[in-house]
Design a protein around this ligand. Structure first.
Ligand SMILES: Cc1ncc(COP(=O)(O)O)c(C=O)c1O
Length: 397
C-alpha cells in the first residue's frame, strides 16, 4: 500500500461526509434543507472585497513575508490589545492559510511522540486528527449538557499525567456553542499552574456571542498564563471569509518562530490578496460583524425554542457560535417503519432521508447522543427545517 501509516489512520472530516450526501440529494432535485453548514451564510463585506480587488490591480500578488505582512500583524496586535487586553508584538504573531493551519502548525510545533493532549468532547473534529498526525495521544474528557459542555477543574485534574503537554480549549465551542466565563477559565488554569502544560485556545467564534456574554481570552488572565498559551483566531467566521483562508496565531515568540519554520516548508505565506483583504477587515467598518451577530442571535432564539418544544429533545442554550447541539438520545432504540435508531448517525440519516433535513451526528464530535444543527441559513429554511424535524421525530415509537 502506497499510503503512509500516519495518514492511513486519519479519516475524512465526518462533517463533510453528511454534507456531501445532502449535496448529492440536492443535485438529484430533492428539497433538502442543509443544516450542516459550518460557515456564515452572509457574503464577505464589500469593503473587504474591494480591498482584495485593489491588491490584485496593484500587483500585490507575489510571495510575502512567511509570517504575514507587517501591516496585518500590527493590525492583529491592535485587535488583541483593543478586544482582549492582550499585548503582543508583531513578532509574536503568525498569519496562516486559515485558523486550521495555525492550529496544525501549533500542534506540530509543540507535540512530541507520545505526548498527551487533553481535549474535551464534543470537540472540533480536526483536533484529535491533528494530534494523531503529530504522533501525540489525545486524552478526551467527555462533557455533557448538564455541565454546559464545559470541563470542570476536577475532571481536568484527573486527566493530567506526566505525559500531558497540551490542553486544547475551543472557546466558544464548535459544535456546542458553549463559552467559558473568565472565572471558569481562572479555575481551569489554576489546575495546570506549575506544570509543563501549554494551552492552545481556539477563539475563532469570538465575535459570535449572545445575551451580553462577556467573552474572555484565556491568555489575558495573567502574564504567566500568557507565556504558556497560543491563541488561535481568524477571519473565517467573524468576517464571513471562509474561502479566503486567513487565520492567525499569537503566542510566545519561541513557539511562533517554530510555527513559522514549519509553515515556511509547507504552505509558505497566506495568500497576499487575502492578507490585503484581512487588513481591511480589521481596520475598516465593523458594522457588518454586529449585523451578522444580531441575525445569528435571532435565529438561535427561534431554533432553540422550536427544538425544545419537541417531546423528548433537550438542548443547551449556547452562548456563542452558530450551532445547536440537542440531546437526541431519547429517540434511540425507537423505530419508524422498518428503521430502528440506535445512535446519532442513524438519527441523522433518518432525518436526512425522511425529513430531508441534513444534520451532523454527534459521534463525529466524539459525543453520540447528540446531533449538531447549524443555523447559518435563512430564517424561512429554519422554520421549515424545525417543522420537519418535529414531524419526523414524532413518528418514532
Ligand atoms: C472551532 C474551529 N476552529 C477552526 C476552524 C477552521 O477555521 P478556518 O476556516 O479559519 O481554517 C473551524 C471551522 O469550522 C472551527 O469550527
Amino acid at each position: 500500500m502506497p499510503i503512509s501509516k500516519r495518514v492511513s489512520k486519519i479519516g475524512l472530516s465526518p462533517t463533510m461526509k453528511v454534507a456531501a450526501e445532502a449535496k448529492e440529494m440536492q443535485m438529484r432535485g430533492e428539497d433538502v434543507i442543509d443544516l450542516t453548514v459550518g460557515e456564515p451564510d452572509f457574503p464577505t463585506p464589500q469593503n473587504i472585497k474591494d480591498a482584495a480587488v485593489r491588491a490584485i490591480n496593484n500587483n500585490f500578488t507575489k510571495y510575502t513575508n512567511n509570517v504575514g505582512i507587517i501591516e496585518l500583524r500590527e493590525a492583529i496586535a491592535n485587535k488583541f490589545k483593543n478586544d482582549n487586553e492582550l499585548s503582543y508584538s508583531p513578532n509574536e504573531i503568525i498569519v496562516s492559510a486559515g485558523a486550521k493551519q495555525s492550529l496544525y502548525n501549533a500542534i506540530q510545533a509543540l507535540v512530541c511522540v507520545d505526548d498527551e493532549v487533553i481535549i474535551s468532547s464534543p470537540y472540533y473534529v480536526s483536533y484529535p486528527e491533528m494530534v494523531s498526525l503529530a504522533h501525540g495521544k489525545s486524552v478526551i474528557i467527555p462533557t455533557t449538557e448538564e455541565s454546559g459542555f464545559k470541563i470542570t477543574p476536577q475532571r481536568l485534574r484527573n486527566a493530567i499525567t506526566e505525559k500531558t503537554k497540551l490542553l486544547i480549549l475551543c472557546n466558544p465551542c464548535n459544535p456546542t456553542g458553549t463559552a467559558y466565563t473568565k472565572e471558569e477559565l481562572e479555575k481551569l488554569v489554576q489546575v495546570i499552574d506549575g506544570t509543563r502544560i501549554y494551552i492552545l485556545c481556539d477563539e475563532i467564534y469570538e465575535k459570535i456571542i449572545y445575551d451580553d456574554f462577556q467573552f474572555f481570552s484565556v491568555a489575558a488572565l495573567n502574564e504567566k498564563v500568557k507565556s504558556k498559551t497560543v491563541t488561535i483566531n481568524g477571519h473565517s467566521k467573524a468576517y464571513s471569509m471562509t474561502g479566503w483562508r486567513l487565520g492567525y496565531a499569537a503566542g510566545p515568540q519561541e513557539i511562533i518562530n517554530a510555527m513559522s519554520k514549519y509553515q515556511s516548508h509547507s504552505t509558505g505565506n497566506a495568500s497576499s490578496i487575502s492578507q490585503a483583504a484581512a487588513l481591511e477587515a480589521l481596520t475598516g467598518q465593523q458594522e457588518s460583524v454586529e449585523l451578522a451577530r444580531k441575525e445569528f442571535e435571532r435565529r438561535r432564539n427561534f431554533l432553540h425554542e422550536a427544538l425544545t418544544s419537541i417531546d423528548g429533545l433537550t438542548c443547551y442554550k449556547p452562548e456563542g457560535a452558530f450551532y445547536l447541539f440537542p440531546n437526541v438520545s431519547a429517540f434511540f432504540h425507537k423505530s419508524a417503519d422498518v428503521l430502528r435508531i440506535e445512535n446519532s448517525f442513524d438519527l441523522s440519516m433518518y432525518l436526512l432521508y425522511k425529513a430531508k433535513v441534513a444534520t451532523v451526528p454527534g459521534s463525529a464530535f466524539g459525543s453520540d447522543g447528540y446531533i449538531r444543527i447549524s443555523y447559518s441559513t435563512f430564517m424561512d429554511k429554519l422554520v421549515e427545517g424545525a417543522k420537519r424535524i418535529k414531524n419526523t421525530l414524532d413518528q418514532l415509537t
